[in-house]
Design a protein around this ligand. Sequence first.
Ligand SMILES: [Zn+2]
Length: 379
Amino acid sequence: MRVHRTLVVRRKIEEIPPEKLVKFLEVQQKFREWATRWYKSGFKEPMPAESSLKYFAKELKFALRLLPTNGLKNGVWKVPLPFDAQLRVNNEKDQSRGVLVDLSRGDIRIRQWGGGTIEIRLRKSEIKWIRQRLEEGGQLKLAYAWVGSRRSNLVTFNLALVFAKETEPYQPRRLLVVDLNVLHNGVVIATVEENRILQRGVLRPDLRKINNIQREISRYDRLCAKKGEHCKMATELKSRVWRLLRHFEDEMAKKLVRLAVQYKATIVVDVPLDETMRKLKEGRYSPGKKIYLNIGRLRRRIRELAEWYGAPYLEERLYSTVCPRCGGKMRELSNRKVKCLCGFEAQRDLVPILWAQRRFSELVQPSSFSPNLLPAPVL
Ligand SMILES: [Zn+2]
């Protein structure tokens, strides 16, 4: 089956020449307007007349076959600009595609969008990432560009490079159980072989570091009311927290999938119900801790990496308060332990692992990969 991995090259908008940025935003706006009409018309809206928009419309049809869309949001389709792309490793002929990723020169050129060429220097880490995907048999299939902001209020210029390859999942013999919960409690993982636990651990972001930065953020937020420059500082610190968490998620997903491949395990992720998370988000959860509730990205990262490396992946509820011995509802004790009327008692974190052992043969062999779970770039 075909699997994908995406590298998002993100740059401060200050790094894009202002006149090109203005033009780019204009094209992005116009294309989104057309794409929204096209979407709403059930894909019957005629192709746009303007040549660069026409180029994107054609590329979009191709891109949609590869990656599912996240659809309309508040009545607008915030679709990124899709490009055909070429990866130049040595000195191959330039095929005049919209995006040329040139490893020999160490840069990216973005063209065909109706405003000249936008050049971006590749960072060493990005070149390394691309070379690794090539070694794994990946090929650059297409690119998306957009200007926008994410959780932090920082507006950036973004280019997503989508790599694809064919892969077949391996024959699993074990389970890698992942209890994906609010991140500050840590993500509990365990590798299980029928009745044995081969490996177990808890992964946590650097809570102390994040706490310290958050304390500074609230200080700057208070000062911000008086003086503008403090606001900027607060924003910068917020994006630093976000980067720290993102780094943790990336490292954690990598570590996890590496373990799964090493143990030839099916990854079983116990994800809390959306409903539960929504209630926590809306509830009186302490504001500083709310950032740990966003487990969606980590979940997508694990899934994407699992597919890329051929690790079978499964999402399954493994209850931590239902007794794995008798199925009864257990009582929670103070020290993160749970106890059942039947006499069973264990650390709360251990219960999902026991459940996974009990259902071992059923879980180890998921019927197939779930198709269409591929994440489009999050916009
Ligand atoms: Zn029991």
